[in-house]
Unconditional design. Structure first.
Length: 269
């Protein structure tokens, strides 16, 4: 049984590293996803501004058309001044000329305001266009980096499984390997812990005396009924005062016999 524990200790190191690598592979593209989302928002903003810019150009075009009409009306009314014969005709033409001139001036101011807005918008678009080009270049570099790092991690993972893990697992019962792998995955890489002073050092729970004796005899691989980790016996002092309350340092790992049966299918009877 001591040899099995040694194998499990080796397997724990390998499995912990394997799960770490898998986690790294999952996390590597996160920076790429962030940059992709930023670039997407930047392009969306650019397109919105471009639509606004084109709409502004159409408004200026329409205003220029109205201003031209007002200008032609004013000029036509001014020409008619030479042929008027009555005061009433003079007053009517004078009113037309003033109205056309005021409209022409108002439209010219509107056009100038629109042109200022469009000029500022165009500068903003030019800045965003350069930023988009920069972001695209960085995104391409990030894509290459992600592919290279992912490839390296996958190679390391393959070597770890094919060379190290495969050299250990044949000497251990397949069911134990299956359960142990789930434990390592769920318990932050720690699936094999000692029992000291009648306490599981994985979850700091006090174990039944007979169960501790069973662990000590090392006749079989036993799992903690509270945190599901595999246990081996190690001489040590009690970590709690007799008759006192035990400090719970690993509450998230504390469960019950039913949790163990459900998670690993272990019959503790």
């Amino acid at each position: 049984m001591q040899e099995i524990f040694e194998k499990l200790q080796q397997l724990q190191t390998v499995l912990s590293r394997k799960f770490d690598i898998k986690k790294e592979i999952e996390e590597i593209p996160r920076a790429l996803s962030t940059k992709t989302e930023m670039l997407k928002r930047l392009k969306s903003s650019y397109l919105e501004k471009n639509d606004t810019y084109e709409a502004g150009q159409e408004r200026i075009k329409h205003l220029r058309h109205l201003m031209t009409e007002a200008e032609l009306l004013r000029e036509d009314s001014e020409k008619k001044m030479d042929s008027i014969t009555t005061q009433r005709e003079y007053e009517a033409l004078d009113t037309e000329i003033r109205d056309a001139a005021e409209k022409e001036q108002s439209l010219r101011k509107d056009i100038q305001r629109e042109e200022v807005v469009l000029a500022e918008l165009k500068e903003s678009m030019e800045r965003e266009e350069k930023l988009i080009q920069l972001q695209e270049a960085e995104l391409n570099e990030e894509q290459v980096r992600v592919e290279e790092e992912t490839s390296e991690r996958e190679k390391e993972l393959k070597r770890l499984v094919e060379e190290e893990e495969s050299a250990i697992v044949p000497d251990i019962d397949s069911e134990i390997v299956f359960k142990f792998e789930r434990i390592i995955s769920n318990k932050a890489g720690l699936g094999l812990v000692p029992v000291k002073g009648g306490v599981c050092t994985g979850c700091n729970m006090i174990l039944p005396a007979q169960f501790v004796n069973d662990v000590r005899t090392e006749k079989d691989v036993l799992f903690c009924p509270y945190c599901s980790r595999i246990l081996f016996y190690e001489e040590g002092e009690m970590v709690y005062e007799p008759g006192g309350d035990m400090e719970m340092n690993d509450q998230e790992n504390v469960g019950g016999l039913s949790d163990l049966a459900e998670d690993l299918g272990i019959d503790l009877d």
